[in-house]
Ligand binder design. Structure first.
Ligand code: G3P
Length: 202
């Protein structure tokens, strides 16, 4: 029962789309009809500018953290099952939100919150590499994918150092696959050279 509760709560929490809410509030537009069409911080930056984008990024990260903490607080054991499923549910909610016709974002900011809470150091190292790649290439999507793909690798490498449950490796792999799927159009654009760079207005 408790497990179902944290999965549903995580999903409902993740379903709150801050880019949708903030774009509606500030510009009275549906963020999904502008820029890349993605309900996320990067597209908020394109469509609304730095301030709203930072707010969306922070709030989407916080909802990932909150979902995982709900799982941690209600977990009956140390297996990591509750926090992992709560975090995964939040990411699924962000990507396919029940409140907005199941059309959401790509889950990166929520994933940052989830992974930074569960596997802090792998997420930190992967995050620093991702930020460096964004500065160098100006492709946020490439940085996002580097982050989500490198975190499982580093979690596996550091599993004994930080005593992570093996479940966290499985979770990070699932999250990476999910992220690759959500970024498939970005990947195609990166390959054919048409991906938009950071700093370009919508
Ligand atoms: O977090 C989403 C980012 O990786 C790509 O967003 O709007 O460029 O498709 P966008």
């Amino acid at each position: 029962m408790a497990l179902i509760f944290i999965i549903v709560s995580g999903y409902l929490l993740g379903s709150i789309s801050f880019s949708y809410i903030i774009a509606k509030k500030i510009k009275k537009v549906d963020i999904r009809q502008h820029g890349s069409g993605n309900a996320g911080a990067t597209n908020t930056l394109r469509v609304l500018g730095v301030g709203p984008a930072v707010a969306v990024l922070a709030l989407d990260i916080v909802k990932g953290i909150a979902a995982v903490w709900l799982g941690i607080l209600l977990a009956p054991d140390q297996s990591g099952l509750f926090p992992a499923l709560a975090g995964l549910a939040a990411i699924l909610g962000h990507n396919w939100p029940v409140y907005y016709g199941f059309r959401g974002g790509k889950g990166v900011a929520t994933t940052i919150g989830v992974l930074a809470t569960l596997v802090f150091f792998p997420a930190l190292f992967a995050g620093l590499l991702a930020i460096a790649s964004i500065f160098i290439t100006r492709f946020v999507s490439l940085g996002s994918l580097l982050f989500t793909v490198l975190t499982p690798v580093l979690t596996y490498v550091l599993i004994h150092t930080y005593d992570y449950p093996i479940l966290y490796v499985y979770l990070t792999v699932i999250v990476a696959i999910l992220s690759l799927w959500r970024h498939r159009t970005n990947l195609a654009r990166l390959i054919n050279g048409t991906e938009s760079k950071l700093g370009k207005k919508a």
